[in-house]
Write a protein that binds this ligand. Structure first.
Ligand code: R5P
Length: 312
């Protein structure tokens, strides 16, 4: 069996290092630098001929993160790696995933094409914004959910008065599954959200009984925080007792963290698919690691074992 090596782009070396620690291997050596004009220069600093290689890089903005992943894959391919798996803990450019109005790109498909063209033979990712993005790749995609990590964390708290809230109707199924895994008879509520413009969020209706309840809003991404803040306002006005929130991907753009700090949400739990910059850290924010989940998946993919038990 070919040997395994894990390399990392610069977007989340901390996560890549944690994955390597779990696997009991050294992080692969690569030099990644910027030319004076900002272009990226890459060199893989160790032999990868005949090796099963995994490259960890979330593709959040800036677009250089995506480009860095593509360049690393290209370098590894030209260095004769046996198989290259793109490990993309957060798959960016996922929100335009269909042509639902004239003259728009299907960005998520274009990004998939770029990754395959660069030379990836598999993709391992976490909580895609939409499940159908898997089908944009003509190579195998292992799509994990952060649910086991979140369930493990929240099941240690008092769940006696808890309801799980889906912040939009598209999230209702996942919220139902999450509530079921948290415990028997945990109800869900669903918010009917509208987007009057990009990044704007407006609550039309709250479906379900939330008065006097402790509520856990369950989302995939926190970007501007507007979805959570609009949800929290509506839930409070419907009599919610306590509101906490969780999401897999802490994009946290612009002043989202200070807006969340000023909101009635008392705790926000996220994962480390995206590295939290020091200025985005807050007492309200708890970060859980998906390193164990990804390391387990990498190990099973390498050994040709089933990963389906991780897909919950
Ligand atoms: C739905 O569009 C997504 O699941 C998230 O709710 C959304 O991306 C969060 O974005 P923001 O924090 O900007 O409202």
């Amino acid at each position: 069996m070919p040997k395994i090596k894990v390399f990392s782009g610069r977007a989340n070396i901390t996560l890549a290092q944690k994955i390597c620690d779990k696997l009991g291997i050294e992080l692969g050596k690569a030099s990644i630098q910027d030319f004076a004009d900002g272009e990226i220069k890459i060199k893989i600093e160790e032999n990868v001929r005949g090796i099963d290689v995994f490259v960890v890089q979330p593709t959040l903005p800036p677009a250089e993160n995506l480009l860095e992943l593509l360049l690393m894959i290209d370098a590894l391919k030209r260095a004769s790696a046996e198989r290259i798996t793109a490990v993309i803990p957060y798959y960016g450019y996922a929100r335009q995933d269909r042509k639902d109005e004239p003259r728009v790109p299907i960005s998520a498909k274009l990004i998939a094409d770029l990754i395959v063209t660069a030379g990836a033979l598999r993709v391992l990712t976490v909580d895609l914004h939409a499940e159908q993005i898997q089908g944009f790749f003509n190579i195998p995609v292992d799509h994990l959910y952060a649910t086991p990590v979140l369930v493990d964390y929240f099941s240690k708290s008092d769940l006696s008065n808890l309801s799980v809230v889906a912040p939009d109707t598209g999230r209702a199924n996942r919220a139902r599954g999450f509530a079921k895994r948290l415990g028997d008879n945990i109800p869900i509520a669903v918010i009917d959200k509208r987007r009057p413009g990009p990044n704007e969020a407006e609550v039309v209706t709250v479906i379900g009984d939330v008065a006097g309840k402790d509520l856990l809003i369950f989302d995939d991404i926190i970007d501007t925080g507007n979805t959570l803040i609009a949800a929290a306002k509506a839930l409070k006005s419907h009599g919610a007792k306590k509101i906490i929130a969780c999401a897999t991907h802490p994009v946290f753009s612009k002043n989202s963290v200070s807006k969340l700090e000023a909101s009635s949400i008392t705790e926000v739990t996220v994962t480390d698919t995206i590295l939290l910059a020091p200025e985005k850290q807050s007492k309200k924010i708890t970060v859980l690691s998906v390193a164990g989940l990804l390391a387990e998946a990498i190990s099973r993919i390498h050994k040709g074992e089933s990963v389906s038990s991780l897909f919950i």
